[in-house]
Design a protein around this ligand. Structure first.
Ligand SMILES: NC(=O)c1ccc[n+]([C@@H]2O[C@H](COP(=O)([O-])OP(=O)(O)OC[C@H]3O[C@@H](n4cnc5c(N)ncnc54)[C@H](OP(=O)(O)O)[C@@H]3O)[C@@H](O)[C@H]2O)c1
Length: 398
């Protein structure tokens, strides 16, 4: 494919997922300005090859090394010049390489940390969807990005909304910001009491009323852990203490978040719940580019409602707040316990209410410590996973 010297070269890590396919949709609308040069996925090799047929990247990588031959042969059979790679290290190397100037970090979970960090250290424009990497290692990641001149553009709709209101990531008091307010849809179980939640199924939990997302984040939305992870994410991205971050449930998911300034002004960003808008902001910034998303017709939408989150029915939000206040390795422990618990819930091994119970158990079992190195954080992540797995194995029906 002929490339102009100013054409943005985009690596999409997590290309086969919900965010990855939305990013590819936006990129394909702007063939003169940008192209997908690198695509990476976890284990879904057939979906990755299908994306390569359509988008013709220079490089494709699969995390599972055992799938290298299938990827290489599939690309050859398709008559593509795309070079095949496999393994986590190959994905990290591609994210840091000259094959891209922009990285969409859309791998789900802590598995996305090393490639996100590699892109930050290489000074890329980093479209950051992988919130777990900020929860696990937010201080380290933002520090290394700043040192390397990497420009982080938040892709989570709430943080992207705040970024748009501020036109930067500076939410300091000096910049006149009093507080930031994250909105939450409330998920599929909004309004239910704790006892009503005991028997909910994975299929009910992933059926989000407003957003179409991957299974892990959908369950996180149902427990409100997603909002808890986002509070920690906002703390790192915008360098604000938890005392200046609020959460407001807004079931229509049209107001994506708000910023209150010291003069009494509040700015909000509104739009239909479609991640192509935030990806277009990240790919085009500071220009505005077409995303394929329609504008918002407030007359049709009718009304905007707001309510306080129910921390009794959804204790994950409280646990995340506590972990952020504790600092050090506590958010990494919270994140790891949650990933294991959500995975067990999706496999039908534990009930919905076990998710907060397991996270609370792991947080109280594993002492948190100061965490300024990646090794300490990864050790906390690994220990927390083991403690949570052991606790699951001891549950009556596991
Ligand atoms: N979806 C949304 O609307 C949304 C909104 C805000 C933030 N986010 C965040 O964006 C991230 C992605 O979410 P999603 O909903 O797009 O998830 P998803 O649909 O489940 O997709 C996950 C992607 O990650 C890949 N992957 C998994 N493990 C990997 C590994 N070890 N190495 C490389 N790739 C791996 C998957 O590849 P395979 O298909 O090969 O398994 C897939 O491409 C999450 O951190 C989520 O919290 C998502």
């Amino acid at each position: 494919m002929p490339t102009s010297s100013r054409q943005r070269q985009v690596a999409i890590l997590g290309a086969t997922g919900s965010i990855g396919t939305s990013a590819l949709d936006v990129i394909a609308r702007h063939p003169q300005q940008m192209r997908a040069s690198v695509l990476a996925a976890g284990g879904n090799v057939d979906a990755l090859i299908a994306l390569c047929r359509t988008h013709r990247p220079d490089h494709a990588a699969i995390a599972d090394p055992a799938l290298f031959v299938r990827l290489r042969d599939g690309l050859l059979d398709a008559g593509l010049a795309t070079e095949a790679h496999a393994g986590q290290e190959a994905i990290d190397a591609l994210a840091a390489s000259n094959n891209c100037d922009t990285v969409v970090a859309a791998i789900v979970g802590a598995a996305g940390l090393s490639s996100t960090l590699a892109a930050a250290r290489a000074g890329k424009r980093l479209l950051l969807a992988n919130k777990e990497s900020l929860v696990l290692a937010g201080e380290l990641l933002t520090r290394e990005a700043a040192a390397a001149g990497a420009e982080i553009i938040p892709i989570d709709s709430e943080h992207n909304a705040i970024f748009q209101c501020l036109r930067s990531r500076d939410a300091s008091l000096e910049a006149g910001v009093r507080r930031i307010i994250l909105t939450a849809s409330g998920g599929p179980f909004r309004g239910r009491s704790r006892s009503d939640l005991a028997a909910v199924t994975p299929a009910q939990a992933v059926a989000h009323p407003k957003w179409s997302m991957g299974p892990k984040i959908s369950v996180d939305s149902a427990t409100l852990m997603n909002k808890g992870l986002e509070v920690i994410e906002a703390h790192h991205l915008f360098n604000v203490p938890g005392s200046r971050i609020d959460v407001l449930v807004h079931p229509q998911s049209l107001v994506h978040s708000l910023v209150e300034f010291i003069d009494g002004s509040t700015l909000a960003q509104l739009g239909l719940p479609d991640m192509r808008t935030t990806l277009a902001v990240g790919l085009g910034w500071p220009q505005r580019i077409e995303s394929g998303v329609s504008g918002l017709d407030l007359l049709t939408q009718g009304r905007l409602d707001f309510e306080a989150p129910d921390l009794d029915a959804f204790p994950c939000l409280r646990l995340a707040w506590q972990a952020m206040d504790a600092g050090g390795s506590a958010p990494a422990i919270l994140n790891a316990a949650n990933e294991v618990a959500v995975s067990a819930f999706l496999q039908g091994r534990v009930g919905f209410l076990s998710i907060p119970a397991l996270v609370e158990h792991t947080l109280s079992t594993l002492p948190h410590e100061a965490a300024d190195t990646l090794d300490v954080l990864l050790a906390a992540d690994s220990q927390a996973r083991q403690i949570t797995e052991t606790a699951i194995a001891r549950l009556p029906n596991a």
